[in-house]
Design a binder for this molecule. Structure first.
Ligand code: ADP
Ligand code: MG
Length: 234
């Protein structure tokens, strides 16, 4: 087999799955040890949280249109990975076929790789619907970079159920029926408060029961100053 060295640190590449995002995964890799994949003073990382149906997808589209942020949805990343046919994809497919949850470190690795892939040209990152558990948030900040701000879309279970049933009528998402919705809401509520309570200083709550435009006004009040500060640092 051909010997290859890691580009940033010149350590030999170690054959390990998932591969080191900086290629080598060597404990001696200086880049891997010391460099966050993205400088968040220039490229803010925003977590978009809220129950299923709270409008995360809707608001993310508007945020991308205005600010040009790169959208990272773990569901989309997993689906894309499965389609890619990589060794990791084969492993993921078999996990999913057994009906088990994809391990946290795989999801995190996919997020990190996506951030590295867009680190140069991105204006900032929108992480949609992640972390779902307290431990995922801790792992993200430890492995990738500190989060800049967390936007939480707050809505009652009744509103969420109503909207999801509305979405079900016009989409082919198999998980938008009443029983699955109840289950998803419960899982969400069980974990959510624990996630939010970790970040009292970075958390911004928005009432998501109002109109799409009213919500986006609130989003802009949060993001405008953050984007201005990042622009000044670039
Ligand atoms: P999420 O990504 O958080 O699950 P979506 O953005 O997919 O939520 O929105 C779920 C459903 O609710 C969609 O049908 C969407 O059109 C609708 N919706 C989103 N925001 C609002 C809002 N502010 N008012 C009413 N309906 C909304
Ligand atoms: Mg969504």
């Amino acid at each position: 087999m051909e010997e290859k060295n890691c580009f940033p640190c010149d350590e030999p590449i170690i054959d390990k799955a998932p591969p080191c995002p900086l290629q080598c995964h060597s404990p001696k890799c200086k880049a891997y040890m010391s460099r966050a994949p993205v400088d968040t003073s220039k490229k803010p990382i925003v977590w978009i949280l809220g129950g299923p149906g709270s409008g995360k997808g809707t608001q993310c589209e508007k945020i991308i249109a205005k600010y040009g942020f790169t959208h990272l949805s773990t569901g989309d990343l997993l689906r894309a990975e499965v389609k890619s046919g990589s060794d990791r994809a084969k492993c993921l497919t078999s996990v999913m076929e057994r009906g088990e949850l994809v391990p946290n470190d795989v999801v995190l690795e996919l997020l990190k790789e996506a951030i590295i892939a867009h680190a140069e040209q991105a204006k900032g990152f929108l992480v949609d619907g992640y972390p779902r558990e307290k431990s995922q948030g801790i792992a993200f900040e430890k492995t990738i970079a500190p989060v800049t701000v967390i936007i939480y879309f707050e809505a009652s279970s009744e509103t969420l159920t109503k909207r999801l049933l509305g979405r079900a009528a016009s989409s082919d998402r198999a998980d938008d029926n009443e029983d699955t919705i109840k289950l998803r809401l419960k899982t969400f509520l069980d974990n959510n408060e624990q996630v939010l309570s970790q970040y009292p200083d970075k958390l911004r709550r928005i009432n998501a029961e109002t109109s799409v435009d009213q919500i986006f006004d609130e989003v802009q009040k949060i993001l405008d100053p953050i984007v201005a500060k990042a622009a000044a640092a670039n």
